[in-house]
Design a protein around this ligand. Structure first.
Ligand SMILES: Cc1cc2nc3c(=O)[nH]c(=O)nc-3n(C[C@H](O)[C@H](O)[C@H](O)COP(=O)(O)OP(=O)(O)OC[C@H]3O[C@@H](n4cnc5c(N)ncnc54)[C@H](O)[C@@H]3O)c2cc1C
Length: 400
């Protein structure tokens, strides 16, 4: 069983509430989102009607306790929300759930005052939030950030530049990471602090928009701090311990990315299966050819394996089992690779129609590529898995 203890560690429990919730999100995605998918691809914008519709349904508050203005719900509920939105429009999955990259660190490390001030407006969809960590010189290497925060009276003056920051044009609130002291020898992760900043504070600027391969409608931007003053009360967690705040956030949020990839895989599987029945060649539906039938079966096997991993990781997180850390890395890696592979297979099944943007298949491939990169590339997930294994085996080997 190593590294797991018992068969019960593989249990996944879903409830009737989860299923009812899934149905309501699917109905929203099919009726209010699907009609606009092509328009989003063409305009690179998510229509206001969808953003408002998500608010009316309370989607921004899923996974947030009612005490802070949310809808309640656990990681499994959040995974269902992300899967169902991403099945139809992955960039909407990003737009709705990227707020959690702000909410999760506040819920875990924030003071009660910070929680009461910043969480309710985001959970109610009145304000949007962004998470600014990546820099031109540091993505995977969180400890390598160069943004500096210098102590000044009752706060800090922050200077630096963040790139690929999702939601930053829309966001009013930001959680950002900055160095408050130089890295210690052998302990590079020390000396980073996380702060909340608000749009409108002098020195917080939104820079260029990046034109990335996919997720049209939700393209990230550069965020620049130019002598941005942030008061002490906006520090999230402890001074010098921001690395922990950032990586703990990703422990949870990578389950959301895994669920986004699962939604992509589900979406392309359905397209490919339907097409394989409708499309005729040599006077019969192409699923009548063994090569196509086997491809469809392989797709389903991988899709459902990814689903098991995603909801297993979410369930372990809900049960606060320590191994959810490793399970979430496994789910993120596998589900995102499956999303990419299934999108490619769906294109092959569609032939020429698969690469025509009007068919709506190729966009899933472009979106899936991003899921393998953000919130920790899959290489980084594999490092986490290997490091956890070594720790569990009480073995010390330097793997970076
Ligand atoms: C569309 C999009 C949206 C994003 N949104 C946000 C956001 O909202 N907020 C935010 O802060 N960031 C965001 N990011 C940034 C994203 O999290 C980073 O791009 C990602 O973490 C990888 O960092 P990097 O691009 O610097 O690549 P690098 O870290 O430079 O990695 C380059 C390559 O080296 C590999 N590599 C690096 N280190 C190791 C290692 N130790 N072992 C093995 N391989 C390694 C990587 O796997 C990768 O293949 C977004 C990115 C994209 C594309």
């Amino acid at each position: 069983m190593f590294p797991f203890n018992e068969v019960m560690d593989f249990k996944i429990e879903m409830t009737d509430e989860h299923e009812l919730f899934r149905k309501s999100i699917r109905e929203f995605a099919e009726s209010k989102v699907r009609p606009y998918v092509q328009k989003v691809e063409e305009t690179n914008e998510i229509p206001q009607s969808i953003i408002d519709g998500a608010r009316e349904l309370g989607l921004y508050g899923v996974g947030v306790p009612e005490k802070y203005g949310g809808q309640g719900g656990d990681m499994r509920t959040l995974a269902i929300l992300t899967e169902e939105l991403s099945r139809v429009l992955p960039s909407l999955g990003t737009m709705v759930t990227v707020n959690h990259l702000f909410l999760i660190p506040l819920m875990i490390f924030g003071t009660e005052e910070q929680k009461l001030k910043y969480i309710p407006p985001v959970a109610k969809g009145e304000k949007f939030a962004a998470h600014a960590n990546t820099e031109p010189g540091a993505g995977s290497d969180v400890a390598g950030i160069q943004t500096r925060a210098e102590k000044n009276n009752n706060g800090y003056i922050i200077n630096g530049r963040k790139i690929f920051i999702t939601n930053s044009e829309r966001a009013q609130y930001f959680i950002l990471s900055a160095r408050t002291s130089s890295p210690e020898q052998g302990k590079r992760w020390k000396g980073i602090t996380t702060f909340i900043a608000e749009k409108g504070m002098p020195g917080l600027e939104i820079g260029q928009k990046f034109k990335v391969i996919g997720l049209r409608g939700e393209q990230p931007n550069e965020v620049i701090f130019n002598n941005l003053y942030v008061p002490d009360e906006n520090i999230v967690g402890k001074v010098g311990e921001g690395f922990k705040v950032i990586v703990t956030t990703y422990d949870y949020s990578r389950i959301i990315i895994a669920a986004q990839a699962l939604g992509i895989a589900q979406g392309v599987f359905e397209l490919a299966f339907n097409y394989s029945i409708e499309r005729k060649a040599f006077e019969k539906p192409i699923i009548g050819f063994e090569g196509v039938a086997f491809r469809i079966s392989d797709m389903l096997i991988k899709l459902e394996t990814a689903r098991l991993l995603v909801y297993w990781a979410a369930y372990l997180a809900d049960m606060q089992k320590p191994l959810f850390l490793m399970a979430s890395s496994m789910a993120k890696t596998y589900a995102t690779e499956v999303a990419e592979e299934l999108s490619d297979m769906a294109i092959k099944i569609h032939g020429g129609a698969g690469v025509d943007s009007a068919t709506g298949v190729e966009r899933y491939l472009r979106d899936s590529v991003i899921t393998t990169i953000y919130e920790g590339t899959n290489d980084i997930q594999k490092l986490t898995i290997a490091k956890t294994l070594l720790k569990l085996a009480s073995r010390s080997v330097d793997i970076g």
